[in-house]
Design a protein around this ligand. Structure first.
Ligand SMILES: Nc1ncnc2c1ncn2[C@@H]1O[C@H](COP(=O)(O)OP(=O)(O)OP(=O)(O)O)[C@@H](O)[C@H]1O
Ligand SMILES: [Mg+2]
Length: 287
């Protein structure tokens, strides 16, 4: 049974780490977030968010709408600076948010496919911005099409694709921008339940193949549990970690896992925490 990349670390991963990491870095944590706070005018979006992400881990984040999940990702992607007082470490080194720009791959919440670009040219966008020659980037993307269920669709435009295919193009772009840490903000949020389930299983396969570290936002508790090594439940705004739940379910995870007693037990714990927060955020709406 193939182990998740985080478990024990494969020889290849260990070798890559040894080559990439400075000798002083021994920690397994790829990312550490300590006391991250973010205020927009009168609105405090985040308030002391603290969590770590290990190399190779798949960490999912759930929380009520407006609790600061996308704000957190914007900070980790280097697009927003947190308020003073918080701290982050990446690959064992203390960093400001701005220093993370370009060092993580980020799939934002909104579908950002450009309608005038083909599948291939959308997929290579981040690589192009980074300066990879277009021909080289296109060749890499072409090779990846079958794995992303897009064989034969490279020359199509976004409007010619199904919702699931569009999401796979966006994911392919995120994977092609090769960074250890991937931030995925509700990538399957707009999909119907069946497509979503298929995409989840597919994503786990791709994740295991590519050995990346993933931080994944979702509203869906089943999705958070099915995918994650750990689930972070956020409080209502201002967001912080309310509950950190380890998901000690074996991998690879079969579809029927979601009806197993272990899964349902974990789901109950998460639902209790989330519902409490969702009620708080609902009753404070507009305040
Ligand atoms: N650039 C901004 N300027 C002002 N307020 C902002 C900005 N970005 C986010 N906010 C506010 O911060 C709060 C958190 O927003 P955020 O988008 O992070 O929530 P979220 O948890 O991702 O919500 P959802 O689940 O609906 O996507 C909201 O009240 C939002 O209005
Ligand atoms: Mg959001």
């Amino acid at each position: 049974m193939p182990a998740a990349p985080s478990r024990g670390g494969t020889a290849a991963l260990a070798r890559d780490e040894a080559m990439a990491a400075p000798s002083s870095t021994t920690a397994q944590n790829l990312l550490e977030m300590r006391g991250l706070t973010k205020t927009f005018g009168a609105v405090r979006a985040l308030d002391g968010f603290t969590a770590t992400v290990e190399k190779g881990e798949f960490v999912t984040v759930v929380g009520p709408s407006g609790c600061g999940k996308s704000t957190l990702f914007n900070i980790v992607a280097g697009l927003e600076e947190p308020d003073a007082g918080g701290a982050m470490r990446f690959e064992g080194k203390s960093v400001h948010a701005a220093e993370l720009l370009g060092r993580v791959s980020f799939m934002p919440q909104r579908d950002l496919l450009l309608p005038w670009r083909t599948v291939i040219d959308n997929a290579i966008l981040a690589m192009e911005v980074e300066g990879t020659p277009r021909r080289q980037a296109r060749a890499l993307a072409e090779k990846m099409l079958p794995e992303f269920g897009l064989a034969g669709f490279g020359a199509q435009y976004p409007h010619q694709l199904s919702g699931g295919m569009r999401q796979r193009v966006a994911l392919m772009r995120t994977f092609l921008f090769k960074r250890d840490l991937m931030l995925l903000d509700e990538p399957f949020g707009a999909l119907d339940a069946l497509t979503r389930t298929m995409m989840q299983r597919w994503l786990l396969d791709v994740w295991q193949q590519h050995q990346r570290t993933i931080l994944f936002i979702t509203h869906d508790v089943d999705e958070a549990l099915f995918l994650g090594d750990r689930v972070l439940v956020m409080s209502a705004r201002p967001g912080k970690v309310k509950l950190e739940q380890k998901v000690d379910l074996p991998r690879p995870r079969p579809a029927e896992l979601v009806i197993s007693p272990d899964f349902i037990r974990l789901k109950r714990t998460l639902l209790e925490a989330i519902e409490e927060e969702a009620m708080k955020s609902f009753t404070s709406e507009g305040k």
